[in-house]
Design a protein around this ligand. Structure first.
Ligand SMILES: [Zn+2]
Ligand SMILES: [Zn+2]
Length: 339
């Protein structure tokens, strides 16, 4: 094979088109991956619409990649052709900026995100640095592994680094691509899990995913409902709604944490008094490194957590992208290449 198909967007806000490109060769410290599956994240829409600095067009986006290594660049050790690997939001770090020197690779000032820093996974093949690679366990198919590189690691890592300990009351705000995983991970981590979403119709799903309690935010005061359950040690805010996040703050227990992962530019409306009384904190959480992705996949395999996905072939990237934007996807759209 000397060429590959990619789904590219030629100009900002443009449509996806399938084109042939020359098969890329991996440089030193890089591998080429045969892409089997790639999830579609909401952030891909921001890249398509040129909302991040330095996005290059024509654009091949995609940062929830799963496949297998098919070629090694010079100097690559520890990885072999045929290894099953995932590449997520964390697509490599520089190693020389201050956060890297402190060991905080996910905060790298020059973080490389696939589909932004280099061509991503809406393709039959891609090249990535070895620092971006995470091993996929046998229990997970490529389509199941793909969403764990962004949606999975973001929710799992946020929960395991939070103040919550087994048995604590933890609420997951939102039941979409991130939230449906957040509820499952919270339950699997032994947390007394509350799902908060809009409408009574999501209640059954919430319980099926492992939530012990469900709060319909359209019918109930969320903060009062959380306090009636004893107050939340952690609220994991996956819904990209600042108003919905704000409405949970008075439902936090003392020393409670609002952990923000739903990306939105809207300001939170929280008063200092709400934080001072009860020593509450609000903090953001980025996804996680490639090692975090690997640990997320390992925990997913052993716990039985699975992303709920809809797959579509790479050729239908445009339709799959529209379905993601419509909010109708249950719950993550994943492109497959048939490789
Ligand atoms: Zn993402
Ligand atoms: Zn760095």
């Amino acid at each position: 094979m000397t060429s590959m198909r990619v789904a590219q967007v030629s100009s900002p806000g443009g449509k996806f088109e399938i084109v042939e490109r020359e098969l890329p060769q991996p440089g030193p410290g890089h591998v080429r991956i045969t892409v089997e599956a790639c999830g579609i994240c909401h952030t891909d829409a921001a890249f398509v619409h040129d909302a991040f600095p330095g996005v290059g067009f024509p654009l091949v986006t995609g940062h929830e990649v799963a496949g297998r290594i098919d070629a090694l660049g010079e100097g690559v050790t520890g990885w072999q052709a045929g290894d099953r690997v995932a590449v997520g939001w964390f697509g490599g770090h520089c190693g020389h900026c201050r956060p890297c020197r402190e060991g905080h690779f996910i905060d790298c000032a020059n973080l490389q995100v696939p589909g932004w820093a280099y061509p991503g996974g809406f393709a039959e093949a891609m090249v990535a640095p070895v620092s971006a690679l995470a091993r996929i366990p046998d229990e997970l198919s490529a389509a199941e592994a793909a969403p764990l590189g962004c949606a999975g690691v973001t929710t799992f890592n946020a929960l395991r680094h939070s103040a919550a300990r087994p048995g604590d009351l933890v609420a997951v705000l939102g039941l979409g691509g991130l939230g449906h995983l957040g509820v499952q991970y919270a339950a699997a981590l032994g947390l007394d899990t509350v799902a908060i979403a809009r409408g009574a119709d999501k209640k059954d799903l919430a319980h099926k995913l492992g939530a012990r309690h469900y709060i319909d935010s359209t019918a109930t005061d969320v903060a009062e409902a959380l306090q009636a359950l004893g107050g939340a040690k952690v609220v994991l805010a996956t819904a990209a709604s600042s108003a919905a996040m704000t409405a949970t703050v008075d439902g936090l227990a003392h020393r409670g944490e609002l952990v923000v992962i739903g990306a939105t530019p809207e300001p939170l409306a929280i008063s200092p008094l709400q934080l001072i009384m009860g020593s509450r904190t609000v903090h953001g959480h980025p996804s996680g490194t490639s090692q975090d992705v690997q640990e997320t996949m390992a925990f997913t395999a052993l716990s039985g957590v699975r992303p709920m996905i809809e797959t579509m072939p790479l050729e239908e990237a445009g339709a799959a992208f529209e379905r993601m934007l419509s909010g109708d996807a249950r719950f993550r759209m994943v492109l497959t290449t048939g490789k």
